[in-house]
Write a protein of this length. Structure first.
Length: 596
């Protein structure tokens, strides 16, 4: 892009062009009223520069907070204008949508520059707009009733609608003061709460929290921080939008102070207490780096205090992500069990079902599976049915069954006055369309001090980019992956009901990564008419999360178990910390069987 002197730039109006201000380009709307038109003489001070353009802001704003005074100028190549230059721009107004025109992302108003005139250097930058309790405060609602595509629906109210509020600041210099991290640094971003308090606290700022501002390192470095760490003083940048949320692109690196938050650890189970946990590994395989392997082992040994049974998800085959037709996972399991022992834990055994190659979704070629880690030194035994060593029983030293059981459904079978499983471990309705291309639940039967308990390990379909963002153009946002999890919930609920139909007093535990929070339709379907009690739903809101998106990992108890004295604990060791192994916190329940 060539920067021309003012005299060389034709700035007057033409048949197609109009001399306008930045606020005219932005308008009081999500899309520019001048979209597609050629404009000339648009003046501003350059506030930030990137590889293919720059942001500029009008130093003489009007009194209308609904119209932004900043805009991105797209130059295609590195611009010659620098920060603090006074410029005038000519070009075509357009709307750039991150991810493409078919996505649910909001668009960014910009000027596709054909000419840029640098009028002066070293001009004062416009003062940043302070967001937070001492400045402009975001409304509490993301959307206030407009349905469908809000970019084309009438109405624009920054005072009541958070989508409109942040849109009214698009492209402008913005400041957050004395922010506290509401989550850890991840992929060059960190969510913060302005004037967030003393630090060292879990703020419970979910992705749909309108106070939450994402700091981005696209223009300046971002220090690694964990939840509760403080960023004292100002953090300045330009407000942009990208891939589902508004982001503050930092123009200077903020200072960070540790808030003192430390990974949690639960207490050890007492004699007579059965400890059942859920751990979501993130594509764990022999290729997993040693520090991450040690961290996962630490979660189980130090964090969970070596529970009796762990419902595990996210475990890959021996070749990890390599797509080479490997399916077995004996080396993966051995690495994990060895690491647990090295961390001071007890010996663990493993049971699962070997999937068919490339049939269970997740990492391509990884053959992701769920299964059970269990210890047998405290009174627990895993019931292998048919007996271990038979043609249909567990085979291989990884405890996975052979391919002959991948399509065989487990069933509840009456056994005297009680119930047992036809297969242990056994897959729950593995050929049901609900599980097409994703992990199949595995049920296992254990005995605890002589009492029979059925545990169902799960890893339901994950949320994907097909789900529309909270801060997107379609309101309310569609969640198509939830449509997959609803039939999955129905299948698991049906299996639980079949167990309780055989024995209404059966002890059943459903555990794992369900990828849904407690108030959603799939969880309602899982708990309705089954008698299951969802333990995360009873945790205080400030601690009710196992991942940045909320409590996605669950443990549910059947009525007889839930009536026993029990303690449920989400052990925050991952989702709050920048140096975590994965992004899901483990959790566990201790059930007291000492009382008759």
């Amino acid at each position: 892009m060539i920067a021309l002197p003012l005299a060389a730039l034709p700035l007057g109006p033409t048949a197609e062009a109009a001399t306008v201000r930045i606020r005219d380009v932005q308008g009081a709307a999500h899309r520019s009223p001048l979209n597609g038109r050629h404009v000339t003489g648009v003046a501003g001070i350059v506030t930030a520069v990137t590889g293919n353009g720059f942001w500029m802001q009008d130093p003489s704003p009007d009194k209308n907070d609904a119209t932004s005074e900043g805009v991105f100028v797209f130059t295609r190549t590195r611009p010659t204008a620098v920060v603090a230059d006074s410029v005038k721009v000519e070009g075509k107004v357009s709307e750039f949508r991150p991810g493409g025109s078919k996505t649910a992302n909001l668009s960014r108003t910009e000027i596709d520059a054909t000419r840029t005139a640098v009028l002066a250097h070293g001009r004062p930058l416009p003062a940043p707009i302070l967001i937070g309790p001492k400045g402009r405060r975001a409304p509490g609602a993301i959307n206030t009733g407009r349905l469908g595509d809000i970019e084309t629906k009438g109405g624009f109210d920054p005072a009541r609608n958070a989508l409109d509020f942040y849109e009214s600041l698009e492209g402008m210099r913005v400041r957050v003061q004395n922010a506290v991290a509401a989550g850890p640094t991840q992929d060059g971003e960190v969510p913060v709460i302005p004037e967030g308090g003393k630090g060292g606290q879990r703020l419970g700022a979910a992705p749909d929290d309108t106070r939450r501002i994402v700091l981005d390192d696209g223009l300046a470095a971002l220090p690694p921080v964990s939840t509760g760490d403080r960023l004292p003083g100002p953090a300045d940048g330009v407000l942009d939008y990208g891939f589902g949320t508004f982001k503050l692109l930092l123009t200077a690196t903020p200072r960070a102070e540790r808030g003192g938050l430390a990974p949690e650890a639960t207490r050890a189970p007492k004699p007579g207490e059965l400890a059942v946990a859920t751990v979501a590994l993130e594509n764990f395989s022999p290729d997993t780096p040693a520090p991450r392997l040690r961290a996962y082992a630490g979660d189980i040994v130090q964090g969970l205090r070596s529970p009796d049974v762990v419902a595990v998800s996210g475990l890959l085959d021996n070749s990890g992500a390599k797509d080479d037709d490997t399916v077995v996972a004996d080396q993966t399991v051995a690495d994990l069990v060895t690491a647990i022992s090295a961390a001071g834990g007890p010996p663990y055994d493993w049971r699962s079902i070997t999937p068919r190659n490339k049939s269970d979704g997740g990492e391509k070629g990884g053959n992701n599976r769920v299964g059970f880690l269990f210890r047998t030194d405290r009174g627990l035994s895993f019931v292998d049915s048919p007996a271990e060593g038979s043609d249909d029983g567990p085979s291989g030293d990884d405890g996975d069954t052979g391919p002959n059981l991948t399509a065989t459904p487990v069933k509840a079978v009456r056994a005297g006055k009680g119930v047992r499983l036809s297969l242990s471990p056994g897959r729950v309705a593995p050929t049901d369309p609900a599980w097409a291309g994703t992990r199949k639940p595995v049920a296992g039967e254990v005995t605890w001090q002589g009492r029979r308990i059925i545990i169902i390990a799960n890893h339901w379909s994950p949320r994907t980019s097909d789900d529309q963002p909270d801060f997107g153009r379609f309101q309310p946002p569609a969640r198509p992956t939830a449509w997959q999890r609803e039939p999955q919930a129905r299948v698991v609920a049906g299996f639980v009901k079949s167990i309780r139909a055989a024995d209404k007093n059966a002890d059943v535990i459903v555990a794992g990564n369900l990828n849904e929070t407690e108030s959603t339709e799939p969880l309602r379907m899982l708990t309705q008419d089954t008698g299951l009690r969802d333990l995360p739903a009873e945790v205080p809101a400030k601690d009710r999360y196992t991942a940045p998106a909320g409590a996605l990992d669950h443990i549910l108890l059947s009525p007889d178990l839930s009536r026993r004295k029990h303690e449920y604990d989400i052990v925050h060791r991952a989702s709050d910390f920048a140096d975590r192994a994965g992004d899901h916190d483990p959790s566990l329940v201790r059930i007291d069987f000492s009382a008759k």
